[in-house]
Design a protein around this ligand. Structure first.
Ligand code: GLN
Length: 466
């Protein structure tokens, strides 16, 4: 099926009452056709890049990555209909590689959430069970891949927003090392944590998309200097990949009593496969793991409170008119932002306020350094990779956690530590529990995506054959 056919299928399905609501906007067929120069998809005029690894491949893009042809709303009323005057680097690179952006995907408002229920455009449903959430905040991208609309999609991961929805939707999700992919054109939530990531139906697809979008970008001062991944190195060949000589650490803190027993068994079975492929599996400890969620929920809101100050009705998106500028700011922000975003802005502003700054923000920064030191220590002890469950439980019901923010935040216990440390992580499907997919998470040292992807590929092949 060509990208244009896929686009028509998505348009039809998404217009039904029973739609997944995975997309918030879809590409215009005529405009896409025109961009192919009347020579069919294969003959489209690309941006001249030599790497045409995605020729004709349909890709979905999370709605917090700015695009020239489609609006960028971040799931917020504040940005209803907003059009960016420029394009995100990751989107530009995927188009230059021949990829076709078929649409923008639904998300928790500004990336704040773990269920895609906090979207001004309504929740996205999990394709495996439409009464359940797809995870979040990149739930639309994960659902679009799980439903088979696209084979790959872009998302963003600040505290787990690629890995957790990938796990709940039964697809692969990669969060690269902080700095691997340019954040230019990614609407900022918490800048020291935000990283663009990729989804794929297979490890191969998620890795191929990552290879296309990685690399240094002078427009993002936090992008690494030598961070381009070559598709030759990163896209694994399952036939030749083995794991002998590789040590995989299993951190005890990621197996608390509250862990779903089905997930515990699936994770243990996955570890058996990794052992059978030649890996040495060893128990390790990361003692500050428990502190990751509280630390994240001080730092991320603090950064968000500052980043979201720009949405005041002056430069971007919606404006509610009023008699004075101050009243205009207030009315615009009151109407434009949803309850979770307001909660985060208030939490963050409080954590940064005079008299409380050191107690909250300062303490959280010190805890962040301790969490990073935990990883440095285990990776310094000859451990090449870590393997854990991605989430504490399978997909929950729509509405189940929406009124209990702390329960929702607890979804992130296994994903926030890697975000705080800046290390790469990925979720791979490891089977299902009561008919719902669950994921296993690989974590790797800074810049070691290749090894992590290789191990994920070995596991994927072993699970397919078992
Ligand atoms: N669930 C986390 C949050 O609500 C992570 C979100 C993300 O990674 N964008 O902040």
């Amino acid at each position: 099926m060509t990208a244009l056919d896929l686009l028509e299928t998505i348009r039809r399905d998404e217009s039904l009452d029973s739609s997944l609501n995975a997309f918030v906007s879809l590409a215009d067929r005529d405009a896409l056709e025109a961009s192919f120069g009347g020579r069919g998809e294969a003959g489209r005029r690309g941006g001249g890049g030599e790497n045409r690894a995605l020729e004709g491949v349909a890709v979905a893009v999370k709605d917090n990555l700015v695009t020239l042809d489609l609006p960028t709303t971040c799931g917020s009323n504040m940005l209803d209909g907003y059009r960016s005057p420029f394009e995100a680097t990751a989107v530009r690179l995927l188009r230059e590689a021949g990829g076709i952006v078929v649409g923008k995907t639904n998300m928790d408002e500004f990336g704040m959430g773990s269920s895609t229920e906090h979207s001004a455009w309504g929740p996205t449903l999990n394709p495996h069970d439409r009464t359940r959430v797809p995870g979040g905040s990149s739930g639309g991208s994960a659902a679009a891949v799980a439903a088979g609309y696209v084979s790959m999609a872009l998302g963003s991961d600040t505290g787990g927003s690629v890995r957790q929805p990938a796990a709940l939707c039964g697809v692969v999700g990669i969060k690269p090392t902080y700095g691997r992919v340019s954040r230019y054109g990614l609407v900022a939530f918490a800048s020291s944590l935000d990283q663009i990531g990729t989804f794929g139906g297979t490890v191969h697809d998620a890795a191929a998309l990552l290879a296309v979008i990685s690399g240094h970008d002078p427009r993002d001062a936090t992008s690494g200097n030598r961070c381009a991944l070559s598709s030759v190195d990163v896209v694994p060949d399952p036939a030749t990949a083995g794991l002998s000589g590789i040590t995989i650490g299993v951190p005890v803190e990621y197996f608390p009593d509250t862990l779903d027993t089905g997930i515990r068994h699936r994770t243990e079975r996955a570890l058996d496969h990794l052992r059978a492929a030649g890996a040495t599996v060893r128990e390790v400890t990361l003692p500050n793991t428990d502190l990751a969620v509280p630390c994240y929920y001080v730092l991320a809101p603090a950064e968000a409170s500052s980043n979201l100050a720009r949405f005041d009705g002056v430069r971007f998106g919606q404006r509610v008119s009023a008699w004075s500028v101050a009243e205009m700011y207030e009315a615009t922000r009151r109407q434009g932002m949803g309850p979770e975003v307001k909660r985060r802005i208030m939490l963050g502003t409080f954590a940064l306020s005079a008299g409380y700054y050191d107690a909250y923000y300062g303490t959280a920064q010190r805890v962040r350094a301790d969490i990073r030191a935990d990883f440095e220590r285990v990776f310094g002890l000859g451990v090449d990779l870590l393997f854990t469950p991605t989430t504490p439980s399978p997909a929950f019901l729509i509405g189940e956690k929406i009124d209990d923010p702390l329960e929702m935040y607890r979804e992130d216990i296994f994903t926030t530590p890697a975000s705080l440390a800046g290390i790469p992580g990925m979720s791979v499907p490891i089977g299902s529990v009561q008919g719902l997919p669950v994921g296993g998470q690989f974590l790797a040292p800074w810049w070691e995506e290749e090894m992590m992807i290789r191990a994920a590929c070995v596991l994927e092949t072993a699970l397919k054959e078992s």
